[in-house]
Design a protein around this ligand. Structure first.
Ligand SMILES: [Fe+2]
Ligand SMILES: [Fe+2]
Length: 360
């Protein structure tokens, strides 16, 4: 018996029994492994939808003009503190984008089994490549010595600690991990939580806030635009990893023990504390018209959003968002002339989609 399946406005005729069998065999982990990329019938609709959203948001660094940034970088109108924030941004993200991309590609995408999950994770990894490339574009435009950036993520203790915090959850999880064992399932779930919610979801936000605070004051407009695009991408990455995490738990309720939940909350506590140390390093004195305390409170706020979105208790009950303008910055659609450079075909206004306006 044939059955019609719809995805958006596309229709597919599938044999009912075969489709039911394929659907039942799809799982986040320990599902059917095939060489063929059998997306139909879709089981994880969110993964396919996010893949389409992410693809519609495609951008390339070279579309953004850097003349004004270069002028400001060479002039005296930019303070040492502001220059330092840009350096910390480029230094930290140069390492972080690669670490996330490696984990998506070589840990998570290797271990999940449903093809639509691999599809969206492939796009996720590609976006980390775009982000890494955008940093190269910033480095070359401003004439920064690449070794200086490398030295930052090897020598600045707060960056080293942030990077170690995430890589220790990634190093031992490669493709041959036996995911029928509870302890290994928990290792993977924790990895997905750490990368999606603690790192991309929380530890990226100190610098996002600082660089966009500069952008708001018309400082480094090209870099600011690239970070706005990156932030929009990150909001989708956080959602990919959150949905993956929730479905993994749903399908494997044995891993969701009280002890495990407590471990996740404590891990977020550690992430927040590392991020606050890092913010103090970026903002040794109050610059950019905003205080380190405000950014720290923002981290408390955003961390609690991540925890509650994963069904976990919060760390700072009642904390409010001290940087509401950051949500505005996220909403790329509101600006008419966002693209100072050329508007390329993939950047049609109708295709600019964010995951959720109230995410921030
Ligand atoms: Fe990224
Ligand atoms: Fe990301």
């Amino acid at each position: 018996m044939d059955k019609t399946y719809k995805i958006g406005n596309r229709e597919f005729i599938l044999d009912h029994d075969k489709a039911e069998e394929a659907f039942a065999a799809k799982k986040v982990i320990n599902g059917r492994q095939t060489m063929t990329f059998n997306l139909l019938p879709l089981k994880y609709q969110w993964a396919y939808d996010l893949y389409r959203t992410m693809k519609a948001n495609h951008w390339e660094p070279e579309d953004i003009q850097m003349q004004k940034d270069v002028e400001q970088w060479r002039s005296n109108e930019i303070s040492q503190n502001e220059r330092w924030i840009i350096m910390m941004g480029i230094g930290y993200f140069s390492a972080a984008e690669g670490i996330v991309g490696d984990n998506v590609q070589h840990v998570v995408r290797e271990l999940v089994t449903a093809p639509e999950l691999k599809l969206v994770l492939g796009r996720h990894a590609h976006e980390e490549n775009i982000h890494a490339d955008s940093l190269l574009y910033m480095i070359s435009s401003l004439g920064i010595n690449p070794h200086e950036c490398e030295a930052m993520f090897e020598q600045i203790p707060t960056i080293v600690r942030k990077n170690e915090f995430v890589t220790k959850h990634s190093n031992n999880l490669r493709r041959d991990l036996d995911l029928t064992k509870l302890e290994n399932k928990q290792l993977l779930a924790k990895n997905i939580f750490v990368f999606g919610q603690c790192m991309e979801g929380t530890q990226f936000y100190g610098l996002f806030g600082m660089i966009l605070a500069l952008y708001r004051q018309n400082k480094f407009p090209g870099i600011g635009q690239m970070f706005r695009y990156t932030l929009r991408d990150e909001s989708n990455h956080i959602e990919v990893f959150r949905s993956l995490f929730m479905d993994l738990i749903d399908e494997n309720p044995d891993l969701w023990t009280a002890e495990f939940r407590e471990d996740l909350v404590n891990t977020m506590r550690e992430a927040v504390s590392l991020e606050k140390e890092f913010i103090r390093d970026c903002l040794p004195v109050n610059a950019v018209g905003l205080s380190a305390e405000e950014f720290e409170r923002y981290i408390d706020y955003i961390a609690d959003r991540r925890l509650s979105d994963c069904g976990l208790p919060v760390l700072t009950p009642g904390v409010t968002n001290p940087l509401p303008w950051l949500a505005e910055m996220m909403d790329v659609r509101k600006e008419q002339n966002f693209f100072e450079g050329k508007v390329t075909e993939y950047q049609k206004a109708s295709a600019l989609v964010v995951c959720s306006d109230d995410e921030f």
